[in-house]
Ligand binder design. Structure first.
Ligand code: HEM
Length: 570
């Protein structure tokens, strides 16, 4: 017997109320309210008592211990940072999948958390296209993140991935190091001035929200490196760029109306009704989505005309040039791809950098060790090596093991994308267990990256040195020819490639992982080379005191204020 969804209950009640209104002397709304209340009560009995115990094909899978009778694990899932409760469940149940009926994301569907490497390999790699992103997730992301490669499925996705992959080959990313360095070192200049002015005026310490800074710099980098825009358009704050910044800042901020929209989208209303919900935030998002598309259209037309008039270098490998030279995308499709890269390529890495500054602020010894490595290898922000930025990739990738180890550990420990989800498209199986079409799957990078069975007893400890005890590996392209991605070269001695899920694995792994790792290392090097950081609120040294934003990325709710001091001599 199938599971019944809440929108079906709503539609059933609305339809049944109509003939019932004719029977008695009552109005439609009053009949509907009573029918809907009774239907909901029956639905709840079926959904929470009968279906899971008698009918669900997944009823033999283990479930989480200690469920409360009325809320099960919902309160933990709603109050704790995303991915943290799942970590506890991994420890309790070393099994491939945990059946979990309570994830607030999709309350009306069977739900399992895929935990073991074998099961992850099936869902992410060998059977990747038997699972898709769930409808409500796609509908929530599409207006701002675009209907591009991130949200496409099946053959369409395969083609888009193959087309866009050349822009992300490591041999090409290497050529972007100089550009990333220029943008990052340019962005520390105003911060340096502000810190120096504060110190002169005896207004020490200078406090900055480092997430806001990171978010600006990552947008600059994706704008220049991803679109092939002139770096001066960012420096001169061209109006398209300014509008993009303003819009992203507004849409990534979180309000109470976001929570209401979340509940409506995932629990109550069908996707097609969502655009009509008369909430101010809903209107703002729709308006922002239209403006973003207008800007992307202008950028694409400009690039096209530059390419036609030979103003742009046709051999460039920025994402937009690669997409345009393929020729198979219509203008509207290109707009969606561009939106995807602007969003996927900016907030994620900004979140990683914020966490890197957080741990360094908590750990002055790590900070000093990193600064020492940066200053030993890179002479100054304006000219990091005698050849300027020419040999930067070689210098950073071969000579700075602590920088890489620290970045790897930040990406493992904080997993900027803590959770993602899939839905079985067809009846399939995982590790031999039958999985019916429609089953919701949670994949939890935050919990896998902290899994004691894979990482050992210090899984929950932040320790960059775990990456240094490995024999040195040559820097290789983490995206192989198929674009699958393989982190085995840097898995810190764990027993599986699937122990690190930060960028996932397989055909749907993060296409921008090399890009973002290089970007993170470069931004962190320029910051730590120049400044010393400490937490503005010392109580946040205790991670339990941190409040997290509940969104696609796991970042501090209201940014991260840090005290910044200049360290002379660089
Ligand atoms: C620390 C930084 C980043 C993290 C942690 C991260 C993480 C991820 C994850 C977990 C996914 C898979 C999502 C899913 O399928 O459910 C993903 C996909 C993707 N990421 Fe990233 N990402 C980062 C940076 C970037 C950057 C810099 C870019 C672009 C320049 C980018 C572009 C994409 C794209 C286009 C996809 C969709 C790939 C596909 O479905 O084929 N990401 N990312």
């Amino acid at each position: 017997m199938p599971s019944v969804s809440l929108p079906t209950v709503l539609a059933f009640s609305a339809t049944l109320s109509y003939p019932l209104t004719k029977i008695g002397d009552t109005t439609y709304p009053s009949v509907f309210c009573r029918v809907y209340a009774i239907s909901l009560a029956l639905w709840a009995i079926y959904r929470f008592a009968l279906y899971p115990n008698l009918f669900s094909p997944l009823r033999h899978l283990p479930t989480v211990d200690g469920n409360s009778w009325w809320s099960r694990q919902s309160l933990r899932l709603l109050h704790e940072p995303r991915g943290v409760p799942q970590s506890d469940w991994y420890v309790v149940l070393l099994y491939f999948a945990i059946r979990d009926m309570d994830d607030p994301n999709v309350i009306n569907a069977e739900h399992i958390i895929v935990a073991s490497p074998d099961a992850l390999a099936e869902v992410l790699t060998t059977k990747s296209y038997q699972f898709k992103k769930p409808g409500p997730v796609v509908a929530a992301l599409k207006p701002i993140a675009g209907n591009g490669i991130l949200l496409s499925e099946g053959d369409q996705h395969k083609l888009q991935r193959k087309t866009l992959l050349p822009a992300f080959a490591y041999r090409h990313i290497k050529d972007l190091y100089g550009l990333m360095w220029d943008i990052s070192s340019y962005a520390i200049a105003p911060l340096t001035e502000a810190v120096a002015a504060a110190s002169k005026a005896d207004r020490q310490p200078y406090i900055v929200d480092i997430h806001e800074w990171s978010s600006k710099v990552t947008l600059d980098i994706i704008f220049v490196a991803g679109i092939g825009q002139d770096i001066d358009s960012v420096r001169n704050q061209d109006s398209n760029y300014r509008t993009l910044r303003r819009i992203y800042k507004a849409v990534f901020a979180q309000s109470i109306q976001d929570t209401i929209l979340f509940v409506l989208r995932f629990w109550i209303l069908p996707a097609w009704l969502m655009p009509y919900v008369p909430l101010k935030r809903n209107m703002e998002i729709s308006k922002a989505a239209r403006t973003l598309r207008d800007i992307c259209r202008q950028l694409i037309r400009q690039k096209k005309s530059d390419l036609e008039s030979e103003l742009a270098n046709k051999t460039e490998k920025d994402i937009l040039t690669v997409a345009l030279s393929y020729g198979g995308f219509t203008e509207d499709e290109l707009i969606e791809q561009l939106l995807t890269f602007l969003v996927a390529g900016h907030e994620t890495t900004a979140t990683a950098l914020t966490w890197a500054v957080y741990v360094l602020s908590k750990n002055p010894d790590m900070q000093a060790r990193l600064r020492d490595e940066v200053r030993t290898n890179l002479s100054s922000p304006s000219s990091p090596s005698p050849n300027g930025t020419e040999d930067l990739a070689a210098l950073i990738d071969n000579n700075m093991p602590y920088l890489h180890a620290l970045c790897q550990e930040v990406l493992r420990y904080f997993a900027p994308v803590p959770i993602t989800s899939r839905e079985a498209v067809v009846d399939t199986s995982i590790n031999g267990t039958p999985i019916p079409a429609g089953t919701q799957i949670t994949i939890c990078p935050r919990a896998t990256n902290h899994d004691v069975s894979l990482w050992g007893n210090d899984a929950q400890v932040f320790n960059p040195d775990r990456y240094l005890s490995q024999p040195k590996q040559a820097q290789t392209d983490p995206l192989d020819e198929s674009g699958y991605g393989d982190s085995s070269k840097k898995n810190a001695g764990t027993r599986s490639n699937y122990a690190t899920l930060t960028f996932l694995h397989g055909p749907r792994s993060c296409i921008g992982q090399s890009f973002s790792k290089s970007e993170l290392a470069i931004m962190l090097a320029t910051l730590v080379g120049r400044f010393e950081f400490a937490l503005a609120d010392e109580s946040l040294k205790d991670e339990k005191k941190l409040k997290f934003r509940r969104g696609a990325t796991n970042r501090p709710l209201n940014g991260l204020n840090v005290k910044v001091t200049l360290v002379e001599g660089w």
